[in-house]
Write a protein that binds this ligand. Structure first.
Ligand SMILES: NC(=O)c1ccc[n+]([C@@H]2O[C@H](COP(=O)([O-])OP(=O)(O)OC[C@H]3O[C@@H](n4cnc5c(N)ncnc54)[C@H](OP(=O)(O)O)[C@@H]3O)[C@@H](O)[C@H]2O)c1
Length: 276
């Protein structure tokens, strides 16, 4: 495993890290037993993975709960990042006076007394500006040691520009992969600022594994894909395969990691063979 240590973080982050949306999450993905999920995290730690990306709403709190149990004896060796804005009951709310309760609920589920990173979970544009009152509250939680770093999860280059020029964060989680490349215009600046840059959806929600066909039946969260979405993705994946060959998974992750500013990719991992 290779590691990157962003200046603002000072923690060695494995370049392949762990997207935990799928962990024990029978609601959005296929069934994963608690035992299998715990064993998966244990194997990830043994493989040298240090960063775990979760959120209160992943599996209605199950992702955080499983990570909490599985990572307890490795707490100092891992970097746990959770989020605020989408709660474990399925609600969405970014009210400043709900932040501390949300963080404390995450800490309970994660069986820890601090979060290495707390990320605003796709907030509205007005919340990307450092003048928003949420940042005063984040700084207070940081000064109390309940969180040690904070940042935002966003999807678009216009959002990155605001965060970079109108804010001062430690961590950015960005949607970035071969199919969605537009955020890269800001990568050098992110690297110069020493920000931890984690890239979410690195396999384009599974498309960049090349394993889906026009016969694949999509359930859970993926049932929202329309026929047009599926047709266009199948065409794009074929074009990518023409360029990189059949080993599209490794090529897709390599493509992202070749940007020096990228700290890690966080593929969503559902089983031991995907982890390997
Ligand atoms: N708003 C946000 O902040 C936000 C949004 C989305 C994601 N995220 C984070 O980013 C992480 C990654 O995003 P994502 O899970 O949506 O998309 P992704 O990582 O692009 O795709 C994950 C899917 O790829 C497949 N996969 C992964 N590794 C594989 C392998 N080695 N071989 C074959 N198939 C493999 C699995 O599909 P199957 O399930 O079909 O096996 C898995 O569910 C999430 O877990 C979450 O932590 C954050």
């Amino acid at each position: 495993m290779k590691y990157n240590t962003p200046k603002r973080i000072g923690f060695a982050i494995s370049e392949i890290s762990f997207g935990a949306w799928q962990l024990g999450n029978d609601i959005d993905f296929d069934k994963m037993s608690e035992n299998d999920a715990a064993a998966l995290v244990e194997s990830a730690v043994k493989a040298g993975i240090t960063l775990y990306d979760t959120a209160p709403n992943y599996g209605h709190g199950n992702s955080e709960r499983i990570l909490g149990k599985a990572l307890k004896s490795y707490r100092q060796k891992v970097f746990i990042s959770s989020k605020f804005g989408h709660d474990s009951e399925g609600g969405i709310g970014f009210e400043v006076d709900k932040l501390e309760t949300s963080v404390r609920n995450s800490l309970n589920r994660l069986e820890t007394d601090y979060l290495d990173s707390l990320i605003l979970h796709n907030p509205g544009r007005e919340m990307l500006f450092g003048t928003h009152p949420i940042y005063k509250e984040l700084k207070r939680l940081k000064s109390e040691g309940i969180i040690t770093h904070y940042g935002v999860s966003v999807d678009w280059p216009e959002e990155l520009e605001i965060v970079l020029h109108e804010n001062d964060v430690d961590v950015i989680e960005i949607l970035f992969n071969i199919v969605h490349q537009s955020p890269k215009k800001w990568f050098d600046e992110i690297g110069e600022k020493g920000i931890l840059l984690m890239t979410k959806v690195p396999l384009d929600s599974g498309w960049l594994t090349g394993k889906y066909t026009k016969e694949t039946v999509f359930k859970g969260i993926r049932s929202r894909w329309t026929e047009t979405d599926i047709k266009s993705r199948l065409e794009i994946v074929e074009r990518i395969k023409d360029i990189v060959g059949e080993d599209i998974i490794h090529a897709s992750l390599r493509f992202i990691l070749d940007y020096p500013a990228v700290t890690c990719v966080i593929p969503g991992i559902r089983n031991q063979s995907q982890l390997a």
